[in-house]
Write a protein that binds this ligand. Structure first.
Ligand code: FES
Length: 615
């Protein structure tokens, strides 16, 4: 039997039909609606809640626990809800607009792009010049000189098909053509002078977001940038959930790959339209991202990354034809997947070391990228050591009761006096990473949280000011603090931070702080020896450094040396697109980094426990 499902979102209604017993999350997914699902639909995060009007099975224990009072208002977990009657779903996405960090630091690089074009006017054949068409072209294009190894047909590297179309192309163009070349390999031949039409894209494939940049490869000019949420996030917020999903079946692995490929293609099309160019003129694409994201993009088996001893298939630079990856650009174009260091230090970190310039600095600098994991690199010109701290996705809003990404409606800053700002100046619906860090810092300053992380209770709150006491509450049996009162909230009740949320933040900040201290101990240095701290990523660019130091996420001794570098991964990918030298520097960085496995480090375990305390 089939039922009618009306989906109301942003003032419009869509109707789909669903089989009896169908899972609501899957029905929404098929309708192109992706609720936030950091637990990958396992029913443990409570983030996929939607308001359901109409019948439904009795709520499960899990739904009761995760939804609490919201259950009475009609909210249900989409991932746990089975359709058993006609229903109406209300999606609260009021103009949700992701704030994704695409901006990064732009260093000047000497243009030496991965792909080049050369316009040539070939001498017409004659009885005195009977060179074959191909030799005529290669000689003039400078592709048959000594050292290229391309002086005879057997040694020529070229795209298949070029020889078949060459005679007609040369004659129809009056022997005026443009050769497209990469690494001495002939990729394509185009009629006439097309040298002004050569473009490339750089991508940062993040676990949560994907950022893309379109460049003119002649001038090095950035023409357009854009971003999207990573569509794979419906299978979970972290890399392990994605790997778990991909390994369930070959179809699941294919689906994971298709999702990210479609996202890349959509972004490519969007950037090309914005810049008024055709995608067939895009001849190069460089991808940065963590090791798992790059494995899933290429369709590699990433299961070794998820279990000890954490073995990826490869960490090397991967060079492919665009057609091989199904990327929507010129099929003869070249695709580069940047090198990684280990299972948990990916190309995104290598790119960050490159674009921040850390690799060429004297002494010691620190690069900290806090995303779903915390990647930390310490070093400079002489040595580089790195670790990955399993901070979990708390700073991205996952596992936090009212946590959400940096989208419209998220509280993104919170100060003493309990004033806050909201992304997009919308009614607040939740809180994102920078807001959470501020909130915990403000609660510590106000005395509402003690150094062990305990929220004040009836006894300990007695000495606190009235405005603090009146915000302390108990929600569903858990001690909480009201950050946004119900009358100011854009959701169905007050926005709170719970004792459980504070524990999540304690774990995450302890992991990052202990990771930094472990690397310092490995290097045998003190805070005085570190002269710069680069904070990478969207979260690193939006957090208040004072709040981060207050909660112990960053060392207080280093706050005067902090520099936000934005999307350092995207910047590194851009540099490698524009300069072959930078690509080779990235490869040297990947080889040079010594990876420190924290799960095997006694220093890390000790420091982690010490850092659980709020000073
Ligand atoms: S509870 Fe439904 S996706 Fe997490």
């Amino acid at each position: 039997m089939e039922y009618r499902v009306d989906i109301r979102a942003n003032g419009s209604v869509r109707t789909v039909m669903a089989e009896e017993g169908a899972n609501l999350l899957e029905v929404l997914g098929e309708a192109g609606i992706l609720p936030y699902t950091p637990c990958g639909g396992r029913g443990t995060c409570g983030k996929c809640a939607v308001r359901v009007e109409g019948g439904g099975a009795e709520p499960s224990e899990n739904e009761r626990r995760l939804l609490g009072e919201r259950l009475a208002k009609g909210f249900r977990l989409a991932c746990s809800f089975r359709i058993g009657s006609d229903i109406c779903i209300h999606i609260d996405s009021s103009g949700e607009q992701a704030v994704i960090m695409t901006a990064g630091t732009r260093r000047q690089v000497v243009m030496d792009p991965l792909v080049r074009k050369k316009y040539v006017e070939l001498p017409h054949p004659s009885l005195d010049d009977q060179r074959p068409d191909l030799e005529r072209l290669l000689d003039m294009a400078g592709l048959s000189g000594s050292g290229t190894g391309l002086s005879n047909l057997s040694g020529i590297e070229m795209k298949p098909g070029i020889l078949r179309m060459l005679p007609a192309l040369l004659r129809s163009s009056g022997y005026r053509v443009t050769a497209v070349e990469a690494w001495g390999r002939l990729l394509s031949v185009e009629a006439g002078n097309t040298t002004s039409r050569l473009y490339g894209t750089a991508f940062d494939i993040g676990t949560t977001t994907v950022a893309a940049y379109l460049y003119c490869l002649e001038s090095g000019k950035l023409l357009s940038a854009g971003s999207m949420m990573n569509p794979q996030r419906k299978f979970g917020a972290d890399v392990i959930s994605r790997i778990d999903r991909a390994k369930t079946s070959p179809q699941a692995a294919d689906e994971m790959r298709s999702l990210i490929t479609e996202c890349v293609n959509e972004l490519t099309g969007q950037l090309a339209r914005n810049a008024g160019i055709g995608v067939e003129d895009i001849y190069a694409a460089v991808f940065s991202g963590n090791t798992t994201m790059l494995h899933l993009l290429y369709g590699l088996d990433a299961s070794g990354i998820a279990v000890s001893p954490f073995i990826p298939v490869t960490c090397r630079t991967i060079r492919l034809d665009a057609g091989e990856l199904g990327i929507g650009m010129n099929a003869s174009g070249q695709v580069i997947l940047l090198p990684c260091v280990s299972a948990y230090i990916g190309a995104d970190t290598v790119s960050g070391v490159l674009s921040s310039g850390l690799y060429e600095r004297d002494g010691y600098s620190l690069l900290v990228d806090i995303g779903t994991n915390g990647e930390i690199v310490l070093g400079g010109r002489d040595r580089l050591i790195a670790c990955s701290a399993a901070a979990g996705p708390a700073f991205e809003g996952a596992n936090i009761t009212f946590g959400m990404g940096g989208v419209t409606g998220a509280v993104d800053s919170f100060t003493q006096g309990f004033r806050y700002t909201v992304i997009g100046n919308a009614a607040p619906r939740g809180i994102c990473g920078s807001g959470i860090v501020d909130a915990v810092a403000a609660l510590l300053d106000a005395g509402a949280i003690d150094e062990t992380g305990a929220l004040a209770d009836d006894t300990t709150a007695a000495g606190l000011p009235q405005e603090v006491r009146e915000r302390l509450t108990v929600t569903d049996g858990i001690r909480s603090f009201i950050l946004v009162p119900e009358h100011e909230s854009g959701t169905s009740g007050p926005i709170t931070i719970t004792q459980k949320d504070i524990r999540e933040i304690q774990n995450a900040k302890a992991a990052i702080a202990a990771g930094i201290e472990t690397l310092m101990a490995e290097a045998g240095i003190s805070y005085d020896d570190i002269d710069r701290v680069f904070l990478a990523g969207g979260f690193g660019s939006t957090i208040n450094v004072r709040s981060a130091a207050r909660i112990g996420l960053l060392p207080v001794q280093l706050t005067d040396r902090v520099e936000a570098v934005g999307n350092a991964s995207g910047s590194g990918a851009s540099e490698c697109l524009l300069s072959q030298r930078m690509l080779s520097v990235a490869e040297q960085i990947a080889k040079k980094v010594r990876y420190v496995e924290l799960s095997a480090s006694a220093i890390f375990s000790d420091r982690y426990i010490e850092n659980m305390i709020f000073m």
